[in-house]
Unconditional design. Structure first.
Length: 170
């Protein structure tokens, strides 16, 4: 655990923080999730890394910390006049995303905003199929596209880009 903490604390980029967390052994990841400082640092690095990847593909179409209703979306990608809200949670890649986390990420402000076309959840931790279906159903009932994209580093960059494009086409 200490080796991973040292690697995180000495990282030169958000991507290195994410790599250190994602590549840590499962039991160490669980311990890291209980360390509040590491959790805050790794979540911020994860969001910044995802935003960086999206900015590489979509350029100025990517905005961060965008007000929507009474909340602020982490990332918004606007293409062809359509907006996709992108919410990130690093999570523990060896465990399922807790249902309450997924429910919180699909915010009512996004569901009720006519300018939001799609909601994209990005995480290294997969949600359970039932809860993913539940989140998708909430979005569809509100007239929004919805998807979950797994991202745990550069190996997933193209699939993340594709997920955003797919949600903004329909």
């Amino acid at each position: 655990m200490q080796d991973v903490k040292d690697e995180v604390n000495q990282a030169d980029s958000p991507e290195q923080v994410v790599d250190a967390i994602v590549n840590a052994p499962g039991p160490v990841q669980s311990q890291l999730q209980r360390d509040e400082d590491i959790t805050m640092m790794s979540e911020a690095a994860y969001e910044k890394s995802v935003a960086g990847v999206l900015a590489e593909y979509f350029g100025d179409a990517v905005q961060r910390d965008v007000p929507i209703g009474s909340t602020r979306a982490e990332i918004v990608v606007t293409l062809g006049g359509k907006r996709a809200v992108v919410e990130t949670r690093l999570g523990n890649p060896s465990k399922a995303m807790p249902p309450e986390v997924l429910r919180r990420l699909v915010r009512s402000d996004y569901l009720n905003d006519d300018d939001v076309h799609a909601i994209v959840i990005v995480s290294a931790s997969e949600p359970g199929l039932y809860f993913l279906g539940e989140a998708r159903e909430r979005a569809v009932q509100a007239g929004k596209n919805f998807t979950f994209a797994s991202w745990a580093g550069s190996v997933h960059n193209r699939s993340l880009k594709q997920a955003i494009e797919d949600q903004l086409r329909g």
